[in-house]
Design a protein around this ligand. Structure first.
Ligand code: AMP
Length: 249
């Protein structure tokens, strides 16, 4: 069983993003970038499926700038077998990413695509769903458990009311939630080995996909700073303030 795992290069989750002075976006120059945390979970799950003998090959793919190679090397060091970089300087939107992935699915014929549930840079939470829609494949989003048996994937999903398990006919799309697993750190020997694993570079045009953005960012602004709280003297005072100042009761 072949597993395709899309991994995105994003601002490291420990970094507090800064809005660019001209309000056109978030500053990325000189900022530490890493693999999107949900994609690490997706890679880990694919590696575990391979360790269990369920998956036979893991292909990591990233759509982005040249430095996305580093993200792919991390996936290779964690246990992916080979990688594909779809090189573009355009900030590709979820629909563009989904179209590129659809073309790669046609080229690679995976049985399973495991994505992150969302990329933490723009929090779109859309690519997996769009890919499933474009391919007409079953999808199990927000997965906290995946069991593969008899050509089907049983995916336990984190939903508002608790957990739901869906049974998907393969090939299928799964998006990884936080509790699916705890991703491993790549060991030094594996980081060294990853340097020799194959990494193919393609352009979106090689796949016949136009990734020109359809959305325009009008402006990006910092959220307003939170005001300091006040201590109220009594319950009556609290109720009066909630009624007259906050106007919430
Ligand atoms: P999003 O819909 O943007 O929140 O992203 C959801 C998931 O789609 C991510 O966790 C990745 O697995 C995948 N993805 C999104 N953008 C890219 C990209 N540029 N390259 C590779 N994978 C991506």
């Amino acid at each position: 069983m072949k597993v395709l795992v899309p991994v995105k290069r994003v601002i490291d989750f420990n970094i507090k993003p800064r809005v660019k002075a001209d309000g056109t976006g978030v500053e990325t120059a000189g900022v530490k970038m890493s693999m999107n945390p949900f994609d690490e979970i997706a890679v880990e799950e694919a590696v575990r499926l391979k360790e269990k003998g369920v998956a036979t090959e893991i292909v990591a793919v990233s759509i982005g700038v040249q430095q996305s190679q580093d993200t792919l090397r991390t996936a290779l060091a964690m246990g992916a077998d080979r990688a594909i970089l779809v090189l573009t300087d355009v900030a590709v939107e979820p629909l563009g990413v989904a179209k590129v992935l659809k073309a790669l699915v046609a080229k690679e014929s995976p049985d399973l695509v495991i994505l992150g549930k969302q990329a933490i840079d723009d929090d779109m939470n859309a690519t997996g769903q769009m890919l499933a829609g474009l391919l007409g494949w079953a999808q199990g989003t927000f997965a906290s458990r995946i069991e593969i048996a008899d050509g089907r994937a049983a995916v336990t999903r984190e939903i508002d009311g608790g957990l739901e398990t869906v049974s998907l006919a393969l090939p299928a799309i799964v998006t990884a939630d936080l509790r699916l697993n705890e991703p491993r750190y790549a060991s030094l020997p594996n980081i060294m080995k990853a340097r020799k694993k194959p990494l193919e570079t393609l352009a979106p045009a090689d796949l016949g996909v136009d990734v020109t953005p359809r959305l325009t960012i009008v402006s990006v602004a910092e959220p307003p700073a939170r005001k300091a709280g006040v201590k109220v003297a009594s319950a009556e005072d609290l109720v009066a303030r909630l009624r007259n100042e906050a106007k919430v009761i």
